[in-house]
Design a protein around this ligand. Structure first.
Ligand code: SAH
Ligand code: SF4
Length: 302
């Protein structure tokens, strides 16, 4: 900007920056998954992941908070507690970074999932604004955006009124209040009956198919009876269940289900008319589970 006076240019250099995320670490997995740890200007660390797929899709997984207040037992982010909310710019910039880097290689960021660190609906306004800008500013179709929530029932109802065409994913992981409450403390505030009622209302209003996330934990929630209860719970909803073998974390003793248990779980659901897919764990060699890279870095620094 050489048309500006020199004094103003140096003042601008001192006081302003384009972008607020400083890359601290980047790891690339053998499967091409690219994981980044960013530092925010005031210090907190957040993670973003880019996943390339053989069919050409390029999916960014982005964070909405540094840490998380929800305290889910098996989650590395939950184990660290909430550091702070991200603002809409900090959420968007994570996707924008991948978007512009891919564009330089003649590729396109095609999908975004709000499934990194944090609970998007606990940081509702910033997350929804960032979602709108993902489509308006980065040209990502709303149908290619997924927002995942631990199940804040009132926020699910509010989200139904936004008129967005994005996919809503609900992290379920257990089909009884007792089991879900032990894993996901938020279930004590909004138990399953309320959560599923909010999901039904959301579906009626939005007409969108729902996704449900289920981390398969060996011997905990991967038995036949768990699948039967899950199918009961979801009866009548248009939905898809995503089964993800647990990524072990430092603060939780559980481990992932075997392939066989996962296949049997799918079969029970499908017999009952619930479509389900076992998701491949991406970037497992680079701690690509939610909050795990930061966790590893802190452990090394300790
Ligand atoms: N807070 C939101 C979105 C971020 S977490 C939510 O909870 O939905 C994204 C997904 O990763 C959630 O389904 C969450 O339950 C899951 N997850 C967290 N820790 C995990 C782990 N160790 N193994 C497998 N899935 C995990
Ligand atoms: Fe937060 Fe989601 Fe982790 Fe639960 S699973 S602690 S809601 S980031």
């Amino acid at each position: 900007m050489s048309d500006l006076p020199a004094a103003m240019r140096s003042a601008l250099t001192e006081r302003s920056r384009i972008g607020r995320l400083e890359t601290r670490i980047e790891q690339v997995s053998t499967d091409g998954t690219r994981k980044r740890l960013y530092r925010l200007p005031d210090g907190p660390l957040i993670e973003s992941v880019l996943m390339p797929y053989a069919d050409g899709r390029r999916t960014a997984c982005i964070s909405t908070q540094a840490g998380c207040a929800m305290g889910c037992r098996f989650c590395a982010t939950g184990q660290m507690g909430l550091v702070r909310h991200l603002d809409q710019g900090e959420i968007l910039e994570q996707a924008w970074r991948f978007h512009s880097e891919l564009a330089r290689q003649g590729e396109r960021l095609s999908n975004v999932v709000l499934m990194g660190m944090g609970e998007p609906f606990h940081n509702y306004e910033a997350s929804v604004r960032a979602i709108r800008r993902l489509s308006s500013d980065l040209g990502i179709g709303q149908r290619h955006i997924t927002v995942s929530t631990v199940g804040l029932a009132p926020a699910i109802r509010r989200f139904a009124d936004e008129g967005l065409q994005v996919t809503l994913a609900i992290s379920l992981h257990a089909a009884t209040d007792e089991e879900r409450g032990a894993m996901l403390p938020i279930n004590r505030r909004w138990p399953l009956a309320e959560l599923i009622a909010a999901c039904r209302d959301y579906q009626q209003k939005s007409g969108r198919r729902l996704s449900f996330e289920w981390a398969l934990i060996a011997g905990e929630n991967d038995r036949e009876q768990d699948a039967i209860r899950l199918a009961e719970l979801l009866r009548g909803l248009s939905c898809h269940v995503n089964l993800i073998p647990l990524n072990p974390t430092r603060g939780y003793t559980g481990g992932p289900s075997s392939d066989r248990a996962a296949r049997e779980f799918v079969a029970v659901l499908e017999q009952r008319g619930i479509p389900a897919t076992v998701r491949v764990r991406r970037g497992i060699d680079i701690d690509a589970g939610c909050g795990q890279l930061r966790d590893r870095v802190e452990a090394m620094q300790a």
